[in-house]
Design a protein around this ligand. Structure first.
Ligand SMILES: *[C@@H]1O[C@H](CO)[C@@H](O)[C@H](O)[C@H]1NC(C)=O
Ligand SMILES: *[C@@H]1O[C@H](CO)[C@@H](O)[C@H](O)[C@H]1NC(C)=O
Ligand SMILES: *[C@@H]1O[C@H](CO)[C@@H](O)[C@H](O)[C@H]1NC(C)=O
Ligand SMILES: *[C@@H]1O[C@H](CO)[C@@H](O)[C@H](O)[C@H]1NC(C)=O
Length: 789
């Protein structure tokens, strides 16, 4: 543990460093309202982590089974069944490793040892009692059914040995191969590379009778696809009209057939597609695709396109017909790595598929809308009553229709995102990579909000809401929380959300974590803290910041609730509940002439703007900072303090127009030489022990609000000696006032400060009640962590 004294020095050095970097920090970077380290999440009981057997777990796929209250995790050589209550208790597992013989065969094919294992890539709920599970089987894919559920008290979880079959065409060979699947009405829809060499990317449907897929080697249909997601989405009440949507990226071909740009696609087929009778036998007779656009307009009129789909989340609505589709995209540009989230509505997707087909004479030509006659029934439509009922199956479609769909699989119109822009953007280079997305729809007092959970490559989950402003046609991102769900830095591979349980299940190669969606009391213990947080899960109930339930859910306990997610207008909402200026915390700080001095003031919210005032003769003068007095994220830094700087400094925060006085600091400036000599004398006499007082206090509980003079005495020094030391110190300093000396010592050696009032309290992550506004106690912020460790 680092002594607090060294910490002070570090703090100052760090600050100077930050000042030098100063302008490099852009004002655009968004800060989370609250940042929680992995340790803090643990202390708050907000997370549980399942780590398997210590060796890296490498989950490939996860499946939520709310009916049986389990989370299934397909990993390397093992299938796990975890408890949804607590992922780290009462788990079950099925070992399903490849045999020695299979591994040997795999090695002989020239594969590496780690690849020659059974990585479970497909995991679907087959029916009420069984899961369909497929693994790479050391480059020899296999599938099996797994029994789940209960018999009486016993929880069932067993592989049906006699159900093991070849997984060819149902599971990729390579553990790193992208693959996505959906199971609906006993049929598995899957996008995968079906062969050992990864040449044959295909979108397939399997049931126990048929195998329907995209055409082999047809680069118009699929060209080097990367499969990201899929979903079955009904168009209307006629189930024969249900469509299956696939989300993937592929390369657009140019004139010479040389590969070029990567595009994101949405493709679709009819769920009841039986293929053709004479042509397109066991091939889709309804496959169409179009481009998904996610872009921002540049100042020069050139749009920046985010063309690489990283992840997709389908947020279901009540009737299932109009889910909202959230895509997480990255740019393929070599210049910078940026990320964007775009939202698509089904209306727009359907409109694109109902629009003109794309046509080009030759590959080197531009695409144009196809304007000739389109055969009947319209290519891509399903054999259903809604479409006239003239055809009972796609096998009855005229050859002309099949020929057309085969040669025109691309729609002319792309799908534009809702509001024609991303809802979230990260364009700063050098920042973390975004890997996964999950979304919750939350009912708040002023409407419903989408809460986005975004996984990063460094074990973090960002919790964000985005608010569209109609009047200004702008999008506002509010970063509510930044949660470090794993101790070790690893990319988040999977995020599953359980709105029912209000939990998030997060997978990375080091484990599976469960995290509660919200913890309202963390935002603070006052109305304003709660309102300014703008978390749609939370509202001020008159006493605390707590979970918000829409009216009617808990009518009995419906107290008055204050919440304003859209504007975070604490001034209006918390009117009359504001803290009196007079009640703000007060501190004394001693600076040494010509030395640097920091007036520390860090608001709990990383989003608040800090203002400093110097109070003189009843007047408040705002401090704007100059080359000597610098406003830093830790507080006001005097590079060389002068005796004329002495006075009362007021630290205020402004957030959404809400002004809060955090503290008043009285700065005393001591004359330089006296202190110099005092320090030198003590250093000479006591050597390294000069810093010892802090050691003694840091070993115990955190320093309390007041430290007795005795605490300043080096603990290892015998009594008589220490009294002498203390006395000498007093004299050397030239102060008769013991109280002041004590405070000065604290300033020099320990970061501890004297507090006069501790009225405003909140529960810190450690669970202890502590005062508010003090930097080192308020551990929910980033800068502290860099200094603490
Ligand atoms: C977390 O749980 C433990 C044991 O159940 C309990 O002792 C502790 O007080 C809890 N901490 C918080 C912050 O709720
Ligand atoms: C689920 O499928 C398996 C295998 O086909 C079958 O044995 C089992 O009876 C089915 N369960 C239900 C509830 O239909
Ligand atoms: C699969 O085959 C069984 C028996 O042959 C049949 O009862 C069942 O309906 C079939 N399932 C599907 C989805 O076609
Ligand atoms: C004050 O600054 C001087 C030189 O900048 C340094 O030598 C001295 O140690 C500092 N004194 C204190 C108490 O920080």
């Amino acid at each position: 543990m680092m002594a607090e004294c060294t910490r002070t020095v570090y703090l100052t050095l760090m600050l100077l460093y930050l000042v030098l970097l100063g302008t490099a920090h852009t004002a655009h970077s968004i800060y989370p309202r609250i940042r929680l380290s992995n340790k803090e999440l643990w202390q708050l009981n907000r997370t549980w982590v399942f780590q398997g057997h210590g060796a890296s777990l490498q989950p490939q796929t996860m499946l939520l089974d709310e009916g049986h209250e389990r989370l299934y995790v397909g990993a390397k050589n093992t299938l796990f069944s975890l408890s949804l209550d607590r992922v780290n208790t009462h788990h079950q597992e099925i070992q399903w490793a490849s045999t020695e013989y299979q591994i040997e065969e795999c090695l002989m094919k020239g594969r590496e040892k780690p690849e020659c294992a059974n990585y479970i890539k497909v995991l679907q709920q087959y029916n009420q009692t069984h899961l369909l599970v497929c693994g790479t089987g050391a480059f020899n894919p296999i599938c099996a059914l797994v029994r789940v559920g209960h018999t009486g008290q016993d929880r069932l979880f067993a592989l049906e040995e006699d159900s093991i079959t070849s997984g060819r065409g149902r599971c990729p060979y390579d553990p790193n191969s992208p693959c996505m699947s959906t199971l609906s009405r006993g049929e598995l829809y899957i996008g995968l590379y079906t062969d050992y060499w990864e040449n044959d990317g295909a979108l397939c449907r399997l049931n126990n009778q048929t195998y329907t897929r995209t055409e082999r080697d047809d680069r118009q249909q699929l060209n080097e696809p990367k499969f990201v997601g899929s979903a079955v989405i009904p168009d209307n009440d006629d189930r024969d009209d249900d469509k299956v949507y696939f989300f993937f990226t592929e390369r657009e071909m140019d004139a010479e057939g040389v590969n070029k740009a990567v595009y994101t696609r949405v493709g679709r087929v009819c769920a009841n597609d039986q293929g053709g009778q004479r042509m397109l036998v066991n091939r889709w007779s309804s496959f169409l695709k179009t481009r998904l656009i996610c872009s921002v307009a540049g100042p020069n009129g050139i749009d920046t396109h985010f063309d690489e789909l990283e992840d997709v989340f389908v947020l279901k609505n009540k009737d299932g017909k109009n889910p909202e589709i959230f895509g997480l995209f990255s740019t393929t540009s070599a210049v910078f790595k940026g990320y964007a989230v775009c939202v698509y509505h089904m209306d727009d997707i359907r409109a694109a598929f109902n629009g003109p087909f794309a046509y080009r004479e030759r590959p080197e030509h531009h695409w144009t809308p196809y304007e000739d006659r389109v055969p009947y029934p319209r290519p891509g439509s399903c054999a259903s009553k809604v479409n006239g009922g003239g055809f009972s199956s796609s096998k009855e479609f005229p050859d002309e229709v099949l020929r057309f769909v085969r040669s025109h699989p691309v729609m002319y119109r792309p799908v534009l995102p809702h509001h024609r822009r991303p809802v979230l953007l990260q364009t700063e280079s050098g920042k973390r990579r975004l890997t996964q997305i999950a979304v919750d729809r939350v009912q708040a007092q002023d409407g419903h909000y989408h809460v986005l959970y975004i996984g990063t490559d460094d074990s973090v989950v960002l919790k964000v809401i985005t608010i569209y402003n109609k009047d200004t046609d702008t999008m506002e991102e509010v970063l509510l929380e930044e949660l470090q769900v794993f101790k070790v830095s690893a990319p988040i591979r999977e995020i599953i959300i359980s709105p029912k349980r209000q939990q998030l299940y997060v997978g990375s190669e080091v484990g599976v974590a469960q995290v509660r969606l919200h913890q309202c009391d963390l935002y603070g213990s006052e109305c304003a803290d709660c309102c300014l947080a703008r978390d749609p899960y939370c509202a001020w109930d008159g006493l605390t910041c707590s979970r918000y339930y829409p009216a009617g859910v808990y009518t009995k306990s419906r107290r008055f609730r204050r919440q304003d997610v859209r504007h975070g207008n604490a001034v209006q909402l918390c009117n009359g509940l504001q803290i009196d200026d007079e009640e703000s915390e007060e501190r004394l700080v001693y600076g040494v002439e010509s030395n640097s001095t920091l007036l520390e003031c860090v608001p709990r919210s990383l989003q608040a703007k800090v203002l400093w005032f110097l109070q003189k003769e009843g007047e408040k003068h705002e401090i704007r900072g100059d080359e000597r007095v610098i406003m830093t994220s830790h507080g006001l830094l005097f590079l060389r303090v002068r005796s004329s700087d002495a006075g009362v400094y007021v630290c205020q925060t402004v957030e959404h127009g809400y002004v809060n006085t955090l503290l008043r600091i009285t700065l005393h400036v001591l004359r330089g030489e006296r202190v110099e000599s005092a320090i030198h004398t003590t250093n000479d006499e006591e050597g390294e022990k000069a810093g010892a007082p802090c050691h003694s206090s840091s070993a115990g509980p955190p320093p309390g609000p007041s430290i007795s003079p005795r605490a300043l005495v080096p603990s290892s020094v015998p009594g008589r000696h220490s009294r002498l030391w203390y006395k000498e110190f007093l004299q050397l300093i030239g102060y008769g006032d013991a109280q002041r000396v004590e405070e000065y010592c604290e300033r020099v050696w320990c970061t501890d400060k004297k507090r006069k009032k501790t009225k405003r309290r909140y529960v810190s992550p450690g669970g202890e009640k502590r005062g508010k506004g003090r930097g080192e106690e308020n551990s929910n912020r980033a800068p502290r962590h860099t200094l603490d460790t």
